[in-house]
Design a protein around this ligand. Structure first.
Ligand SMILES: N=c1c2ncn([C@@H]3O[C@H](COP(=O)(O)OP(=O)(O)OP(=O)(O)O)[C@@H](O)[C@H]3O)c2ncn1[C@@H]1O[C@H](COP(=O)(O)O)[C@@H](O)[C@H]1O
Ligand SMILES: [Mg+2]
Ligand SMILES: [Zn+2]
Length: 131
């Protein structure tokens, strides 16, 4: 565990980005940040755990929606400044908007934006209390 932590480069705020991919079809689901403790918790519990910059707290993805991410594989890149986890996405959708992936806004070649894919759940219903 400590060897892994030492191989990772955390930024000046103690964070490292983590790309989350679906373990079956490699769809890119979301990007979030981990600190050292979030990396440790993710490896130990096999549940994707991040540091939420907006909430300044640990965030076990799915803690309120139930859409947890079971970690199947854990990678870091050549220079240790980015994590890649392959997960089994419980509930099918990673994004809090109800989309499967956070990357549902496509910039077209003409320079416009287009929403890709459909919502798999209604966030109003899944996240009962509003932020
Ligand atoms: N559920 C999500 C969620 N799922 C995916 N993402 C994406 O994960 C990234 C990190 O989100 P955060 O705002 O938590 O953290 P951050 O990026 O460090 O902070 P910001 O600077 O973006 O505000 C963003 O790109 C989001 O699009 C989510 N971001 C926030 N949430 C919120 O997290 C809470 C718990 O949700 P569950 O984990 O699904 O139970 C709810 O309040 C949700 O609204
Ligand atoms: Mg963000
Ligand atoms: Zn999202």
């Amino acid at each position: 565990m400590d060897t892994i932590i030492k191989s990772l480069k955390f930024d000046e705020k103690g964070l490292i980005p983590a790309v989350v991919q679906d373990w079956k079809d490699n769809a890119v689901l979301m990007v979030a940040y981990m600190n050292k403790e979030a990396v440790k918790r993710t490896l130990k519990t096999k549940k994707a755990t991040f540091w939420s910059r907006s909430r300044q707290s640990f965030w076990v993805k799915g803690e309120s929606s139930g859409n947890i991410q079971k970690v199947k594989e854990f990678y870091y890149d050549c220079d240790g400044d980015c994590i890649l986890i392959k997960v089994q996405q419980i509930g099918g959708a990673a994004c809090h908007t109800g989309h499967r992936s956070c990357f549902f806004t496509k910039v077209t070649s003409a320079g416009n934006t287009k929403t890709v894919g459909k919502k798999l759940f209604d966030p109003e219903k899944v996240y009962k209390k509003t932020k």
